[in-house]
Design a protein around this ligand. Structure first.
Ligand SMILES: *Cc1c(COP(=O)(O)O)cnc(C)c1O
Length: 377
């Protein structure tokens, strides 16, 4: 029988997959601080700071900006359970794994899901967005702004404009854009945006930031049916986090400290500087890959700066490359999902991990591994 008698000693891995991403040392340090109770005034102060910092990252003046206890998927389920009523028509812009997850969640909540399909790695044009929404007349529209399964970026302005003309609310998955790329909630018109702490924010997994527009809030207040999920019920959560501070659940205090620190780091760096850093390192990585003849799945101008999807070069086995990177450098990257299995790598350059040094490290290790597979000799 195994025991847990010895002290834990976790290995240090270089996390360049689609998440979790490397955690800033200051964030680890913040997590060591003593916890307080979940009704302690200090905790609510920390929470207020977090809400303010998140508004900046989301690009919103929404008062209703907070975090859900849980990972990015909890943010997704929170958006769905609160805003998709049984029988409601939900229009999903499908182009990857996470839009499929949104579809599944909306169906489980009784949503009548209609999907527009595109091959993985592509994005939707303004005309396609307008046409789909005008012809389906949904109550809710859902899309993935940063599709981590493909590396494609869909800012969402045209989707939101068409949705609002049709009287629909818009849910956007911003898990891999928040803190690394423009999310621009107010400018684009997104009604409900959610994210996670473990991608470009540079924290461990565990919290899901979410923001809701005044019109989403108005809709929620008027909603007559009860939200299926008790844990993710935003009306109950508002009672806890806002004035009443009524106990709902025990907030994971150490994760709040982590997010507080990561938002402080973002404020020091400046959000736009942080975007520029992600863009520059992403572009340097793409340029380095081009030098050895490796292309990208996503068309230029539609790529995420946080997650890169280069093609697996001809004759190269992606599993062998990933194993070699892990064995020789403790580097974690990921392979493609679904239709992209064996065809692309998914390589994260996000949060604390997005640096020129890491780009060089990745390029060197990849060249080596490709050569071992007989490519680029
Ligand atoms: C990672 C991710 C999620 C899910 O987040 P978890 O933290 O794994 O629960 C959802 N959507 C996108 C686009 C993601 O990249």
């Amino acid at each position: 029988m195994s025991t847990t008698a010895s002290a834990l000693k976790a290995p240090t891995k270089l996390l360049f997959g689609p998440g979790p991403s490397p955690v800033h040392p200051r964030v680890y340090e913040a997590m060591r601080q003593p916890i307080v109770g979940h009704l302690d005034p200090f905790f609510f102060q920390v929470n207020e700071d977090i809400r303010r910092g998140l508004k900046t990252c989301f690009g919103t003046a929404n008062e209703f900006t907070m975090v859900i206890s849980g990972t990015g998927s909890a943010g997704m389920e929170c958006a769905v359970t609160n805003f998709v009523e049984p029988g409601a028509k939900v229009a999903v812009f499908a182009n990857g794994y996470f839009s499929d997850r949104l579809t599944e969640m909306a169906r489980r909540h009784g949503g009548d899901v209609v999907r527009l399909e595109k091959p993985w790695g592509e994005t939707y044009t303004d005309a396609e967005a307008r046409e789909f929404i005008a012809s389906t007349k949904p109550a809710v529209v859902a899309f993935v702004q940063a599709e981590t399964s493909t590396g494609a970026y869909q800012p969402g302005h045209a989707i939101c404009k068409a949705a609002h003309e049709a009287g629909a609310l818009v849910i956007a998955d911003c898990v891999t854009s928040l803190g690394g790329m423009p999310v621009l909630v107010d400018e684009s018109g997104i009604d409900i945006a959610y994210s996670g702490t473990q991608k470009a924010l540079g924290c461990p997994p565990g919290l899901a930031p979410i923001t809701c527009s005044p019109r989403a809030l108005e809709w929620l207040k008027a909603r007559k049916t009860t939200t299926v999920s008790w844990y993710l019920d935003l009306k109950l959560l508002l009672d806890y986090y806002e004035s009443a501070h009524r106990y709902h659940h025990t907030a994971p205090i150490s994760m709040f400290y982590a997010l507080h620190e990561s938002l402080a780091i973002i404020t020091e760096e400046g959000l736009e500087n942080r975007w520029a850093r992600h863009k520059a390192n992403h572009e340097a990585f793409v340029a380095g890959l081009a030098e050895i003849g490796v292309g990208m799945l996503v068309a230029e101008g539609h790529r995420l700066w946080t997650l890169n999807t280069p093609f697996v070069p001809a004759g190269v086995n992606d599993m062998n490359v990933r194993k070699k990177l892990m064995a020789e450098h403790s580097i974690e990257i990921a392979g493609g999902l679904g239709p992209l299995g064996g065809k692309v790598f998914r390589i994260g350059t996000m949060g604390y991990g997005s640096s020129p040094e890491n780009v060089q490290l990745l390029l060197g290790a990849l060249k080596d591994a490709f050569q071992a597979e007989g490519y680029g000799k």
